[in-house]
Design a protein around this ligand. Structure first.
Ligand SMILES: Cc1cc2nc3c(=O)[nH]c(=O)nc-3n(C[C@H](O)[C@H](O)[C@H](O)COP(=O)(O)OP(=O)(O)OC[C@H]3O[C@@H](n4cnc5c(N)ncnc54)[C@H](O)[C@@H]3O)c2cc1C
Length: 508
């Protein structure tokens, strides 16, 4: 029996809305699913969100996007990691790379071999010098990873203009059948018995009925939050930053293949290089610094001429208690927000889209299945909590004595899940390992060591290797990483060659 297509209605046309529309337009059969996106020009989008994680490459691959075209359209650059300046204490810095530190030897993780070498007086090179991505960042170099090279495993993500990305996906989705309606949702109708959403009424009076609704309406969360009354879980007790000033400036000559995050008295400043400009912002806690002071701090640290007036954004760290309720799922800012310290928001959107598509109702069974909704919520909760713990680690393990924000975060009570992770690391140098999702073992190591933490003991399984052999292998690996990086072109050269190739007839 032929059923009519299931109608998915997406409210919101920011990055979340258009990423969702693009994925559905690509993956769902057009005779089985119909897609409508409603966005309001009067309300607009947040429009920041310039740094991403490597997983975005999988999303773009799923859509079948050409990478060079995507980079051109979004003024993108490559990102090998994030540099944290002054997070442990002023004057100190470290890099969180997208890639491995060292290698697994004899089935034992690299940090144990390195710690053993340290305690046994072999005086090994610094831990981060065993990462190809870190050393490439030191030289502002970039090269596409070679999946065959065992000693130099790394990955990369992008910096891009989030507004241009949403425009690009809008054109892309509409060309593949997504319908766009410009208008403001004023009223949401629910089924009298089950409470499922049945339709939306726009300011113009137009009524849109649907089977399944995706709330991408930003911080207001007009479907899940306002209408379905799913409460907000507040996490500001751990992540106290609640404001950001954002302003782009002219591009500087320091064209880094990494995001820079610079700790400040009341928060931190981001610096993100794009092809046409540099994105800057100051994320801060209004309890510890005033809006005026934070604005002045940001402007004083720009390394190019400001392109316009800084824009103030207000937010709260936290998430909705359920991201999926009835026949409505929220994603993007409508489902939660963790400050952009590790560029996780766009990844959370991507993950929500992928999980949602696996659990969508079908035209034959159009009623959303509560069991699948529960699984979606479980996966979402787990991911949010892991990311939350990872972000808290950056704050709490600091030695910025005498600064009120930093003293506060050093002494507050941690979530039990993070306390457990820190205890394991302290006792044995063990770090979390998740088969799915973020953050990887190497990411935890980068931040734990970077913030100055050092375990009491290494894993005794590392003791199998004779010390002379360990010394030799460490030096050999260190040299091979250096040799590999020395041959890399600069980030700027790669962008010029890859994104702006000479016209065909001019190529000799
Ligand atoms: C300071 C800051 C920095 C950030 N940096 C990063 C970063 O580096 N990396 C990263 O991954 N993420 C970052 N993010 C997060 C990122 O900006 C968002 O996750 C992303 O833009 C998605 O936003 P959204 O689409 O959920 O919401 P929005 O961009 O707010 O879009 C909401 C949409 O809903 C529509 N809408 C709202 N109400 C109605 C209504 N009643 N009727 C019709 N339409 C309506 C609006 O018109 C708009 O189209 C940052 C966020 C902030 C605040």
């Amino acid at each position: 029996m032929q059923s009519s297509p299931l109608h998915i209605v997406i409210v919101g046309g920011g990055s979340a809305g258009w990423m969702c529309a693009a994925a559905c337009a690509q993956q769902l059969h057009p005779q089985r699913y119909r897609l409508t996106l409603i966005e309001s020009d009067d309300i607009g989008t947040v429009g920041v969100g310039e740094a991403t994680l490597p997983a975005l490459r999988d999303f773009n691959d799923m859509l079948g996007l050409d990478e060079a075209q995507f980079m051109r359209e979004t003024q993108g650059t490559f990102k090998l990691g994030i540099e944290f300046r002054g997070w442990d204490r002023p004057g100190q810095s470290y890099l969180h790379p997208f890639g491995a530190f060292g290698q697994l030897w004899g089935g034992v993780e690299f940090q144990h071999h390195w710690m053993r070498a340290r305690t046994q007086g072999l005086n090994p090179p610094p831990f981060e010098e065993f990462s190809c991505a870190v050393r490439a960042c030191d030289r502002n170099a970039f090269e596409f990873p070679d999946s065959e090279a065992r000693s130099t495993v790394y990955s990369y993500a992008y910096h891009f203009d989030a507004g241009l990305y949403a425009d690009f996906l809008r054109r892309w989705s509409m060309a593949r059948g997504a319908k766009r309606i410009e208008g403001q949702v004023m009223d949401v109708e629910q089924h009298g018995d089950c409470g499922h959403i049945t339709g939306l009424t726009l300011k113009s009076g137009q009524r849109i009925e649907g089977d399944f609704f995706v709330d991408c309406s930003g911080f207001r969360s007009i479907l899940l939050g306002e209408k379905l009354q799913v409460p907000w879980e507040d996490w500001t007790r751990w992540l106290p930053c609640d404001r950001a000033w954002a302003v782009p400036c002219d591009r500087s000559r320091d064209f880094t293949p990494f995001t820079r995050s610079i700790a400040q008295k009341g928060g931190w400043i981001w610096r993100i290089p794009l092809q046409h400009r540099t994105g800057n912002g100051h994320v801060f806690s209004s309890h510890f610094v005033s809006e005026d002071e934070a604005r002045a701090t940001l402007l004083a640290q720009l390394d190019g001429h400001a392109q316009g007036e800084p824009r103030l954004l207000k937010f709260r760290a936290g998430r909705r208690a359920q991201a999926w309720k009835g026949n409505c799922v929220a994603m993007g800012l409508a489902s939660g927000f963790l400050e952009p310290l590790e560029s996780t928001s766009i990844f959370l959107i991507q993950k929500a889209i992928q999980d949602m598509m696996r659990m969508l109702p079908t035209p034959e069974r159009p009623r959303a299945d509560d069991r699948l909704a529960r699984e979606f919520n479980r996966l979402s909760d787990e991911l949010y909590e892991r990311i939350r713990d990872f972000l808290i680690l950056h704050y709490t393990a600091n030695r910025r004595e005498g600064e009120p924000l930093w003293d506060h975060v050093r002494h507050y009570e941690l979530p039990p899940s993070l306390r457990h992770k820190l205890a394991l690391f302290d006792a044995r140098g063990h770090v979390p390992y998740f088969k799915d999702g973020f953050f990887s073992r190497d990411s935890w190591l980068a931040v734990l060591f970077g913030q100055g933490l050092m375990p009491r003991h290494h894993d005794c399984l590392a003791d199998f290797m004779p010390l002379a052999q360990l010394d030799g292998r460490l030096r050999e690996l260190h040299a091979s990483v250096a040799t590999h990086v020395a041959s890399m072109p600069t980030h700027e050269q790669v962008i010029a060659r890859y994104c702006h190739p000479l016209p065909r007839q001019a190529v000799s």
